[in-house]
Design a protein around this ligand. Structure first.
Ligand code: ADP
Ligand code: ADP
Ligand code: ZN
Length: 215
């Protein structure tokens, strides 16, 4: 079983993924988290990816596809996997479609989380992320119990470099041009489940989990 979370930056993919994977037995695969950790380690992948990420651009497809192949093979043992932030281009979606039979995985559902642009900007500029486990918080909408400390693991919270207003605007443009076409791609394949992401965190989760419970 494979589930994809599709949506613009700030739509709540990471936040929902945390809730979904704690309730359903799915391996969590976030290409953004994997790339950020490569940048932090300053390994070969990180050195290649950094310049794109800092500018709010997508990392080249071949780098991302390699990451996903490895992670999917590691995910054996779980009931399936949850993708957050992959695929993000039509090329990546086509790669995935071709790779699935070989990996003996079925793509069951693509949740398209839709949120108004003004709300996205508020969410991204107020986002804080755990430096240890990657959990997402928000200064107003989801503050941690103790200021700047992760509820889950006690790690320090930080603001991502690409969550500055300027880079956020660039990322939203990149989303429209390169990722939004995936909505039609998956609609045509009968795999799309649109979700109203303007609701509060629990409201969004209710909508997603009721669909997941039926699968
Ligand atoms: P957000 O959840 O805010 O949209 P992510 O953490 O998913 O951000 O991604 C951060 C950055 O990592 C992106 O701006 C892009 O540079 C890179 N990235 C993540 N996933 C992909 C992908 N599937 N293809 C290309 N680049 C990616
Ligand atoms: P994405 O992974 O899609 O980029 P995140 O899950 O990191 O998005 O959420 C972006 C920001 O918005 C975070 O600060 C998060 O706490 C907050 N957030 C997520 N979902 C909601 C929601 N439904 N209402 C208000 N704030 C939210
Ligand atoms: Zn943490």
């Amino acid at each position: 079983m494979l589930i994809v979370l599709l949506g613009p930056p700030g739509s709540g993919k990471g936040t929902q993924a945390e809730k979904i994977t704690s309730e359903f037995d799915l391996a969590y695969i976030s290409t953004g988290d994997i790339l950020r950790s490569a940048v932090k380690d300053n390994n070969e992948l990180g050195r290649k990816a950094r310049q794109y990420m800092d500018q709010g651009q997508l990392v080249p497809d071949d780098l991302v596809v390699d990451i996903v192949k490895v992670r999917l093979m590691d995910a054996e043992g779980k009931k399936g996997a949850l993708f957050d932030g992959f695929p993000r281009t039509v090329e990546q979606a086509v790669f995935l479609e071709k790779a699935l039979p070989e990996l003996k995985v079925t793509l069951n559902m693509v949740f398209s989380i839709e949120v108004d642009e003004s709300e996205l900007i508020k969410r991204l500029t107020g986002r804080r992320v755990c430096s240890v486990c990657g959990a997402s918080y928000h200064l107003k909408f989801k503050p941690p119990k103790v200021r700047n400390v992760c509820d889950q693991c006690g790690g320090d919270l930080y603001q991502r470099d690409d969550d500055s207003l300027e880079t956020v605007q660039e990322r939203l443009e990149v989303y429209k041009k390169q990722t939004e076409p995936l909505i039609d791609f998956y609609q045509e394949r009968g795999l799309l489940s649109p979700i109203d992401g303007n609701q509060d965190i629990d409201g969004v989760y209710k909508q997603i989990s009721s669909v997941l419970g039926e699968l």
